[in-house]
Structures are given as C-alpha cells and as structure tokens.
Design a protein around this ligand. Structure first.
Ligand code: GDP
Length: 387
C-alpha cells in the first residue's frame, strides 16, 4: 500500500478499518527493513499535518506501584467523557526480559477491548534510543488517527524516564504511600522531571499517604528553590508541580487528578510553555537522531573499521590518550566520508533526518569497534540535546 493510501485509511475516522491501519502503520514504523523505513518515512510525512492535537501524558513509577491499574482506570474514565485514548510504552528491557510493562496481555483488560482505546506494548527495538524513536513516531500516528489523549508509560528505572519526560506535555510520577520515607525519586533526580506526583494506593494507609504527600510537596518546593527556579515562582499563571493522592484500584481521586491535568494544560497553553516544550523536544529529537545516525555511519565506515583495532591497542597499551585516538579516528572518517557513497543497504540514511540507526547499531555484536565508540552509547537516548 502506498503511503498516501495508508494515510487515508488512518485518517478515515474511528472503526475497525482504522484500527487495522493503525496497527499496520506502527508495525511498519517498527520494522528494521530499509524499504519499510522508506515507506514509514513517507507515511509519517503524509500524516504530520494531522498530528500534534493530542495531550501527551507521561506516566512513570517502579514496577508494582500501580501504573497499569492507574492507566486503565484513567483511560476508562476518559473515554466515558468522550475522549479517545492511546497507550504506548517505553521499556528498553522488553527485548531482553520479555518486558515488565504492557507485555502481559492480561494488563488493562477492560481498556484494551474498548473501541475508543488503543494499547500498544513497547517496541522491542533494543536500546533506549531505538525504543523511544519508535514510540515517538507511534505517538504521531495515533494523533493523526484522532486519539486526543496519548499516554506514554515507562518503568521507573534508568534513563527511560528522562526519555518519556522528553516526549510528553506532562510527566507524572507514581509513588507508593511509603515513598516519602526514603525519597528514592529525589535521589535519582527523577523528581525534577515531574510536573505532577501521584501517591497511589492511598486506600492502603491513609495516614502514610498524607505524610508522603506533605514530604514530597516540601521536597518539590526545595527543588524549586535550589534547582529549577521557574518552579519556585509564586506566580499563579505558572504551573507548580503538584502532589496528589489516589487509589487507582478503587478509582478514587481520578476526577481530581484530571482536573489538575486540565489546569496544567490551560496554564501551559496560555503561557506558551506547551508549544515551547514541544519545540524543544522536536529539536532534541532531531539532534538525537542525527547523532545516532552519525554514530552508526562512523562505526560502519571501512576507514574506521580498519583503523580502530590499532587505535584501541594504542589506547589500551597506554601509548595514546583516548581523546587523541578518538580525534584521529574522527579526522580519518571526516576525510574519507564525503567520497564514500551511502551504502545501498541503507538508503534511508540519506533520505531521512531520522535514519534507522540506533537500533541496528546497538544490536551489532560486541566488537572492538563498539568497544571504543560505545562509550557514548549509554547516552543514546535523550541527553543528546544541545538545546
Ligand atoms: P505496575 O507494575 O506499576 O503496572 O502495577 P500494577 O498496576 O500491575 O499493580 C500492582 C499491584 O498493585 C496489583 O496487584 C494491583 O491490583 C495493585 N494496585 C494498584 N493500584 C492499587 C491501589 O490503588 N490500591 C491497592 N490497594 N492496590 C493497588
């Protein structure tokens, strides 16, 4: 099917045909085949004018905190009020462990069978850069299909939280009622990302939930004072991170939660911060993809492949500083690169600002090449932003 036809099927409006088109489009986006990538790029471009109209909500929290219970309850709450809800996941562990989120089909049983909802597990694209890339693109496709609320779920481990905060309008952290006692999230720096903190399972221990709410509220205030100055501001036209408590299991507090989300959205739109946040996210996404593409081209370049073992040996023998070796390799690559034609196996690299790079790059078996250039791989995800 041409991109135009695929786009038409998606834009056609809700129904079984659209669901099929949506699932197919996302499968296309997740494919690692170069010809699929070209089709996917065309599809994305055709859909782009129809994207951006949803509200993008990021949800994170440790396994067991109640993410899927919460998202299901919230999803049902929202579709009852006329919304269409898409749920996507970012879980870089999914290709290794089978995934800790959305992998289990019994999760969100009621929401998943509802026509007005669409649930997609995490792509098994390997490294975080690959996973977030697919999820970001899937989000655009869901928006074009008319889902006006897109929820992106992630596990509260590692850099995936930063990645999800970097693709959503509001990032919400779920905590347990005893969270205030150790404030793990603060130590990890995740709290700084949160626009909202929700103490879930408040039904289990109301006193603990209230204590946690007070502790986290004051911790956020301190962060505002010492960290992000915009959050310390006592200006009613600006959003200040809020801490709420609820019980996802009993559906208690969802209305208060959604009222807070709506208030956030209004304030952010009125102040222009919503648009600015999305612009910054797009810019970061562009740079992240450029850097991932360059890294792959560098690693695969014959000149680099040839010179790398020697450079690595020099570094490991203590005869050359790593920085010097890196500079020499880069110089060699830079001199050779303009003359080298793009590999026919990878036509998308030259056709798109978002080459199908990072997943392939990181799935490559460990070699001397990756041993050297991998040093930056851990930051593949979202810290590549120059913004
Ligand atoms: P996830 O791993 O973060 O997605 O957590 P789940 O949604 O799978 O929830 C883990 C467990 O906590 C399940 O047994 C849920 O029934 C339970 N749970 C979730 N929310 C609540 C809540 O608000 N109150 C209580 N008492 N249990 C909850």
């Amino acid at each position: 099917m041409s991109a135009e036809l695929a786009a038409q099927a998606l834009l056609h409006g809700p129904g079984p045909a659209q669901r099929r088109a949506l699932a197919k489009a996302i499968t296309l986006l997740e494919s690692t085949r170069a010809d699929h990538r070209l089709q996917a790029d065309e599809l994305l471009n055709a859909l782009l004018p129809h994207t951006g109209r949803s509200f993008r909500l990021g949800i994170s929290g440790v396994p067991g905190v109640g993410k899927s219970t919460f998202i299901e309850a919230l999803g049902l709450f929202l579709i009852e009020r006329g919304h269409r809800v898409a749920v996507l996941a970012v879980d870089p562990s999914s290709s290794v462990s089978g995934g800790s989120i959305l992998g289990d089909k019994t999760r969100m049983e009621r929401l998943s069978v509802d026509e007005r909802a669409f649930i997609r597990p995490s792509p098994a694209a390997g490294n975080l850069g690959g996973v977030t890339e697919k999820t970001r693109e899937s989000m655009l496709v869901c928006e074009a299909a008319g889902f006006d609320i897109v929820i992106v779920e992630t596990v509260g481990v590692g850099q995936s939280e930063t990645a999800v905060a970097g693709m959503t309008d509001l990032f919400c952290l779920l905590q347990l009622p005893n969270a205030g006692d150790d404030l793990q999230a603060i130590k990890k720096g995740v709290m700084e990302l949160a626009d909202m903190v929700v103490i879930n399972k408040a039904d289990l221990d109301a006193a603990a939930a209230t204590r946690a709410q007070a502790q986290i509220t004051s911790a956020l205030r301190l962060l505002g004072l010492h960290g992000r100055s915009d959050r310390a501001h006592h200006d009613d036209t600006l959003w200040h991170p809020q801490v709420l408590q609820l019980s996802a299991l009993h559906g208690q507090g969802l209305d208060v939660f959604w009222a807070a989300v709506s208030r956030f959205r209004e304030l952010q739109m009125a102040s222009g911060r919503l648009a600015a946040r999305r612009r910054a996210q797009d810019q970061a996404w562009l740079w992240e993809r450029i850097e991932a593409g360059l890294r792959q081209r560098f690693r695969e370049h014959p000149v680099v492949r040839e010179a790398l073992p020697q450079a690595l040996a020099e570094v490991q023998a203590g005869r050359m500083a790593p920085s010097v070796a890196a500079r020499r390799l880069l110089d060699g690559f830079g001199r050779a690169e303009p003359a080298s034609p793009t590999s026919p196996a990878d036509p998308a690299t030259s056709a798109s600002p978002s080459p199908p790079a990072s997943s392939a790059a990181s799935e490559a078996p460990a070699s001397t090449a990756s041993d050297v250039s991998c040093a930056s791989d851990a930051s593949d995800a979202s810290d590549a932003s120059p913004a």
